[in-house]
Design a protein around this ligand. Structure first.
Ligand SMILES: *Cc1c(COP(=O)(O)O)cnc(C)c1O
Length: 365
């Protein structure tokens, strides 16, 4: 191993997808699997599709291109509102996009007309999380203009919560989404195919049967990838939390003080860290750092190890409690949270190893 690597267990991802899809299906909800947390990794998308998601969504065109080039044949959804500068590519490469600006819808409409390729749109409304979306009181005039645009079909109304403002989906705000949709449908004589209410933060609401019936579409990433709902990040029953594990190697292992020696200024990242004096401790240096991952989002699988901090290229562990069982050259495994997963997937220094691939080489097939 020349550098850190991330193992990706495709079987566990497929299993997680199936658990979530089964739950949603039992409540009349179709699931789009979201791959932005893994940079549109095609094998992860395929595992999600095997688990039963009906389409794949990603936030970046580069990830969409990656999925298409790998031959992922599913319906693709662009879940970050498209840039005006890329409307042609959007219409050319995804079937559905989420939108909140008329200027961009006009652009998509013109692109669809130029190419003769149909494009479906879910209009996003902002129910208070304060990220993307038309504010509810502006929705009617917005929709009235949007439905006039040729070439694009407004197939639904959606909202996104728990992302910027941390607003939790509730029976109340989901009912508001349904009421907004109904109002638009009545006033403009429409019949929305999709009410796209939620992401991984809504699993609890769905499971207890409090999601309004009309909400029939969910965009799910983290719950499939990491097996957690995202309101309190509790493990979701029937899913694996360890489909992704990050592995790094011990480069140095020495007993040294717990407090730096000498006059102190800023560290490598401009911070002035504080240290508790616990005398001498066993310190392990690993070949992973802040250039590869979000250190705060890592949990060592071996609970005797504690992360002390990191620079760009080193992670420093307190290995005192594991004395004698850890050596230079050993691999240490960590469980990543969503932020750490995104960073590790994005870092070109972190090798990605999908699990069935390892199994294939073992059997020599
Ligand atoms: C990221 C994202 C999702 C998926 O969220 P998870 O918490 O990973 O399930 C859904 N919808 C939109 C618009 C997103 O940006």
């Amino acid at each position: 191993m020349a550098g850190p690597y991330l193992t990706i267990d495709l079987g566990k991802i497929e299993h997680n997808a199936k658990t979530i899809v089964d739950l949603c299906r039992a409540h009349g909800i179709e699931v789009t699997g979201i791959t932005k947390g893994v940079c549109g990794h095609p094998e992860v998308a395929i595992a999600m599709l095997r688990g039963g998601v009906s389409s794949i969504g990603d936030s970046r065109m580069r990830n969409i291109r990656r999925l298409r080039q790998a031959g992922v044949a599913a319906r693709l959804m662009l879940i970050r509102v498209p840039p005006l500068s890329a409307v042609d590519e959007v219409v050319g490469s995804v079937e559905i996009s989420l939108n909140s600006e008329l200027a961009i819808l006009s652009g998509l409409s013109a692109a669809a007309e130029r190419t003769g390729k149909a494009h479906d749109v879910i209009v996003m409304t902002d129910l208070g999380d304060l990220r993307e979306g038309v504010w509810p009181d502006a929705l009617l005039p917005f929709m009235a203009d949007a439905v006039k645009l040729p070439g694009i079909r407004i197939i639904g109304l959606g909202t996104n919560l728990s992302c910027f403002g941390g607003v939790v989906p509730s029976e109340e705000n989901m009912s508001r989404l349904v009421a907004c949709a109904r109002q638009v449908e009545e006033d403009l004589g429409l019949d929305f195919e999709w009410i796209s209410g939620c992401n991984s933060s809504a699993l609890e609401l769905i499971a207890v049967g409090r999601m309004p019936k009309r909400v029939n579409h969910a965009r799910i990433g983290e719950a499939i990838l990491l097996g957690r709902e995202t309101v309190r990040r509790r493990p979701w029953a029937g899913t694996y939390q360890d489909a992704f594990l990050l592995h790094a190697e011990v480069l140095e292992l020495k007993r040294k003080p717990s407090v730096p020696v000498g006059e102190r200024g800023e560290d490598a990242f401009g911070a002035t860290p504080r240290f508790a004096d616990r005398g001498d401790i066993d310190r392990a240096l690993l070949n992973i750092g802040r250039e590869d991952v979000d250190i705060g989002g890592l949990t060592p699988l071996d609970r005797r190890l504690t992360i002390l901090g990191a620079s760009s290229g080193y992670l420093i562990l307190d290995a005192t409690q594991a004395k004698g069982s850890i050596h230079v050259g050993d691999e240490i495994a960590f469980s990543p949270n969503y932020a750490a997963l995104v960073a590790a997937m994005t870092s070109e220094y972190v090798e990605k190893r999908t699990m069935p691939e390892a199994a294939r080489s073992e059997t020599g097939a």
